[in-house]
Write a protein that binds this ligand. Structure first.
Ligand SMILES: [Zn+2]
Length: 312
């Protein structure tokens, strides 16, 4: 059986594992990234320790999902959470060190490919995979191939403007979808309503310290039947659904896969998105698309990293 090592490089932890060509983890581990050292060599050394920890001589290669923009030569540009992670040829560094094929991909693209090969995208040809968290990340597989674009940076889905006069986004532009469905937006939206006097059990759940509100708490409040929490999710999911109706019209995907912490808000999120797409996208396209949760679970980054090696 073919095997590969998958590396999920995050700002805080490096998650890694040995994965077979069916997408099952054989062994895995986790190490601190040591990004606070602000030295890229220290982070690279941590990655090397990770690789050696699950090493087997007969692996097909090493797949790395990293934050930042990655080109087809495996060079990383612009990664906000990692020190000095710029103009860095990760592919070359690790190919030299380990004498194996190395594939480097932006982390959101990596997850999209992993879901396509081993997760909720299996058996399809075109998917859009969204990671809902602090921001809105995304990757697109079209006709069985990862969409990369002219300079390998396609699918920055979170930064598609939905309101050209809209609110300020972290990327410097205005009105990006991320500024309407990202973590901060969801929290700010409910805080604003609480300050206007709306009653909700969320206030008690955080001992009236509104700074402690998280999407997870809003989800818990919703599960307990809280009206304002429900309204918050419906509002967010309607915005996301309207946006996705545009994506459906553009790409005609088989499936849209929702990954990330916020996607765990559950059925209310999925139902509202489905309903909104049905109302807003072209009929034929809306009927054929499925909106599903991600399939790879907590080890998605590791499995996806390895899946890069199994690309044709
Ligand atoms: Zn933006």
């Amino acid at each position: 059986m073919n095997k590969a090592i998958g590396i999920d490089l995050g700002g805080t932890y490096i998650k890694y594992g040995l994965v077979d060509n069916k997408g099952s983890i054989i062994k895995k581990g986790m190490l601190p990234t040591n990004a606070e050292s602000r030295k890229r060599d220290i982070v690279i050394e941590q990655m090397s320790i990770a690789i050696k920890d699950v090493w087997e001589d007969n692996i097909d290669g090493i797949g790395i999902g990293t934050p930042g923009i990655v080109d087809n030569n495996g060079v990383v540009y612009e990664s906000p959470n990692l020190p000095d992670w710029h103009n860095l040829n990760l592919k070359e560094i690790f190919e030299k060190k380990f004498n194996k094929k190395v594939v480097v991909e932006n982390d959101a693209n990596s997850i999209a490919w992993g879901e396509f090969l081993f997760g909720a995208g299996r058996g399809t040809s075109t998917i859009v995979c969204l990671t809902l968290g602090t921001g809105l990340g995304g990757g697109v597989v079209i006709n069985g191939r990862l969409l990369r674009g002219a300079c390998y940076s396609a699918a920055e889905i979170g930064h598609m403007p939905v309101n050209y006069k809209g609110r300020k986004c972290g990327c410097g532009s205005t009105g990006c979808i991320e500024a309407y469905v990202g973590r901060d937006y969801i929290v700010k939206s409910i805080v604003r309503k609480i300050k206007k006097g709306r009653k909700t059990i969320v206030s008690e759940m955080v001992d009236n310290n509104l700074l402690k509100i998280t999407p997870k708490i809003i989800s818990e409040a919703y599960q307990k039947g809280d009206k304002l929490a429900e309204e918050t999710w419906i509002e967010m999911a309607t915005a996301l659904g309207a946006f996705l109706a545009g994506i459906v019209n553009l790409l005609n995907p088989d499936r849209i896969i929702l990954a990330g912490g916020i996607a765990q808000a559950g059925e209310i999120l999925f139902e509202t998105i489905r309903k909104t797409i049905k109302q807003r996208a072209m009929d034929v396209l809306a009927k054929s698309v499925e909106i599903v949760p991600a399939g790879l679970g907590v080890n998605a980054g590791i499995i996806s990293g390895a899946s890069l090696v199994f690309q044709k």
